[in-house]
Write a protein that binds this ligand. Structure first.
Ligand SMILES: [Zn+2]
Length: 321
């Protein structure tokens, strides 16, 4: 009987759970909506139920699941695993680690989702090769993870990596964090949706709107498709997003001089063909020459499982396997 690891990726809109081997093979997965309006207890109950169910499909829960690693959006107090104040989940001071551990009767590690994504990319995407790696997720929001000398850099109190709240346009759109012109307010999936709805209110964006489905908000998917068809408004929108991302990545590259910057998340994965080349050009134009030497800017190959892979990597480090 082999040891197994349970991994949880708790996001604002969906939860992705998986059971994996210590070699990094994900055996089973389950995705379901978060429904944060039902409150933390309901979410933690459903996560625990799902883990027990998935485990029963792979082996014996009591004897084979050796560790549980759960990712949450930040900010998170470390190592207590208390979600301090998550606007997306509407959680304030939720002792997630203790509550999940109580329900599962297993040791639980809780880590910020973007830190785990960075760790997943580092171990499973890059085989632990680079000494320094920056990970940026561009999805509904924008977040980041920093790997320095092969370790997650959490900062003094665990708050490092909030790349989404780097100001890239001082007079720009208001951000959920209370400031103006943050990268997240201008280049995230939510920001793209917002810009499409502004176009619609002005009677514009017809080429984008025509690709939409009446049942869901029109966002990055439709904008990307319209841009591929040559729609001018969609191309302008994509171009603006790349410009802001480029500005933020250039700042980070000049500060950290990383070997590699990796982008993930739904918008980056879906827009790879539209943004990657231009982003490379923009960043390399803006940073000091020494920081462009061997610099790589790429999109993750781990897709939406990146956080689960990070959970496996965290479990392996902790248990010394
Ligand atoms: Zn902000």
């Amino acid at each position: 009987m082999q040891d197994l690891i349970a991994v949880v990726d708790l996001g604002a809109s969906k939860i992705l759970n998986g059971i994996a081997t210590a070699q990094g093979e994900i055996l089973v997965k389950e995705k379901f909506p978060t429904n944060p309006e039902n409150g933390p207890a309901d979410i933690i109950d459903r996560i625990a139920d799902s883990i027990r169910k998935l485990s029963s499909w792979c082996g014996d829960y009591e004897s084979q699941i050796v560790r549980v690693v759960a990712a949450t959006p930040g900010p998170l107090s470390y190592p207590e695993g208390v979600v301090v104040d998550s606007p997306n989940l509407a959680w304030a001071r939720v002792p997630f680690k203790d509550e999940l551990s109580k329900r599962l009767v297993k040791p639980v590690i809780v880590e910020k989702d973007t830190n785990l994504a960075a760790l997943g990319e580092y171990y499973f995407g890059r085989q632990g090769q680079p000494r320094s790696l920056l990970y940026i997720t561009v999805s509904t929001g924008i977040g980041g993870g920093i790997i320095l000398d092969g370790r997650i850099w959490r900062g003094h109190k665990g708050g490092a990596g909030e790349i989404g709240h780097m100001v890239v346009e001082p007079q720009g759109r208001a951000c959920n964090c209370g400031r103006r012109g943050c990268l997240e307010a201008l280049a995230s999936g939510a920001a793209i949706r917002h810009q499409v709805s502004e176009l619609r209110q002005q009677g514009k964006g017809i080429g984008i709107v025509a690709l939409g489905n009446a049942k869901k908000d029109i966002g990055a998917e439709e904008v990307g498709e319209a841009a591929r068809r040559g729609d001018a408004e969609a191309l302008t929108l994509v171009s603006r997003v790349v410009e802001y991302l480029g500005r933020a990545v250039a700042n980070l590259v000049n500060i950290f001089n990383p070997e590699i910057v990796v982008l993930g998340g739904g918008v980056a994965l879906g827009w790879q063909d539209l943004i990657l080349e231009r982003l490379n050009l923009d960043v390399k134009k803006e940073v000091f020459a020494i920081n462009t030497q061997d610099l790589k800017i790429e999109i993750t190959s781990l897709g939406e499982d990146i956080v689960l892979y990070g959970g496996i990597a965290a479990a392996l480090q902790k248990s010394g396997i």
